[in-house]
Write a protein that binds this ligand. Structure first.
Ligand code: SF4
Length: 393
């Protein structure tokens, strides 16, 4: 346990990032634990108006002017709703928040591939969206079926090509591994097909790949219980991860976070806000924010959110000890690691004093590396990063 100085106050900087949650999907994927709802698209117009009201209520009376560097429309499937509604929400946000245009602002949107049409993609660009994150998950049809996705490989490829044709120059494609029925060979097929798609579509500047995590009560468990032999073993998942890193780095996608890879200049600025433990606004059903030293979340129930969009379902004051823990946990996800001098300035803690024994041990085991005042997890340490971080907090 880390002792933290009582005098160090929770740093209260004004958020420069905003997250907007659009919860509608064509279909609820069986592994999905997000606030995402299928079959409720008829509520879209009403929901978007309520969201605009929430934006106004939360931003209109801020003591300091709001100025944003990143905006992220996440879901759910924001690409599913009418672009006019995204435009309305975006205009509302810009009424109360300036965008730091000198800092090359990132305005990103998530979508499933089959929600993309040429016309919609052009409308998104006209709104100002300059980055698209497309949930492809796998480029093997039987795996997409196994996890209950409702798109095909052909639709995934078409969606990416349409986005590029419309004019997007910054596309992320997102994959998952550790899926039921997945093998090392099928993962290799997905990665190689993704990389040859990237050869055809140079707008694919970013790739992320997350291991499957199954929530308690996930419908996926009824077809594939946790102990099912259909899931790759832990050892196989490590091999999949190693293959991911090797193949992407050979193709000039540099790893900058445990699960994220980018061509130079195309890291996800919005996600870096989270990993740097910086504050951010959030709006919409189930959305989590970190504002003025408090982490809070809106109702996750669509009905409750639409009735009381300003009510918190969860709210937690982040005290100094928690901030330090979060700073270590998030900072070590980044391959660049933690700059110990900056950490001391931000958190009032010298990790080399408070954690010297653990750091020296983990460095001897080659799980951590300490050089040039940067503390980072080694390649060898990444597959067990959770237990390394647990030793340090
Ligand atoms: S498309 Fe994405 S958000 Fe929607 S249900 Fe599937 S995984 Fe969840």
């Amino acid at each position: 346990m880390i002792a933290t100085p009582d005098t160090q106050m929770n740093k209260k900087t004004s958020p420069e990032s905003a997250y907007i949650h659009i919860p509608f999907c064509t279909h609820k994927c069986e592994f999905c634990d997000f606030a995402a709802f299928a079959g409720l698209i008829e509520l879209e117009d009403q929901y978007c108006k309520i969201l605009c009201h929430e934006i106004e209520s939360r931003l209109a009376n801020r003591a300091e002017p709001v100025s944003l560097r990143t905006i992220f429309y996440g879901g759910g499937t924001p690409g599913l709703i009418k672009p006019e509604n995204i435009a309305m929400i975006h205009e509302q946000l810009l009424k109360y928040a300036a965008v730091k245009s000198a800092e090359n602002p990132e305005i990103a949107m998530e979508t499933t591939p089959h929600a993309i049409t040429l016309k919609k993609a052009q409308a998104w660009l006209n709104i100002g969206i300059n980055r698209l994150s497309i949930g492809i998950e796998s480029l093997c049809d039987d795996e997409l079926t196994a996890i209950g996705r409702d798109h095909t490989v052909a639709e995934a490829v078409t969606g990416v090509k349409l986005a590029q044709q419309a004019g997007f120059k910054n596309i992320s494609i997102d994959f998952m591994y550790g899926l039921p029925t997945q093998t090392l060979k099928s993962w290799q097929i997905t990665l190689e097909a993704g990389l040859s798609l990237a050869d055809e579509c140079p707008a694919i500047q970013h790739i992320s790949a997350y291991g499957l995590e199954i929530a308690k009560n996930s419908p996926l468990l009824s077809r594939f219980p946790r102990d099912s032999a259909s899931y790759p073993s832990d050892d196989l998942c490590v091999q999949m991860y190693e293959m991911l890193v090797a193949k992407l780095e050979q193709n000039n996608y540099q790893q900058y976070e445990v699960s994220n890879f980018a061509r130079p200049g195309f890291r996800s600025e919005h996600n870096l806000t989270y990993w740097r433990n910086a504050p951010y606004f959030a709006f919409g059903v189930g959305a989590h924010r970190y504002v003025d030293g408090v982490r809070s979340a809106n109702w996750r129930s669509l009905k409750k959110y639409m009735r009381t969009p300003l009510a918190d379902e969860v709210s937690e004051n982040i005290d100094q000890a928690m901030r330090v823990k979060e700073g270590i946990m998030l900072g070590l996800r980044l391959l660049e690691g933690i700059d110990l001098q900056v950490f001391r300035a931000d958190y009032g803690i010298d990790l080399l004093e408070t954690q010297r024994g653990e750091i020296e041990f983990l460095c001897r085991e080659k799980l951590l590396d300490l050089s040039d005042n940067m503390l980072r997890i080694t390649r060898q340490g990444i597959p067990i990063s959770n237990s390394i971080i647990a030793r340090l907090i």
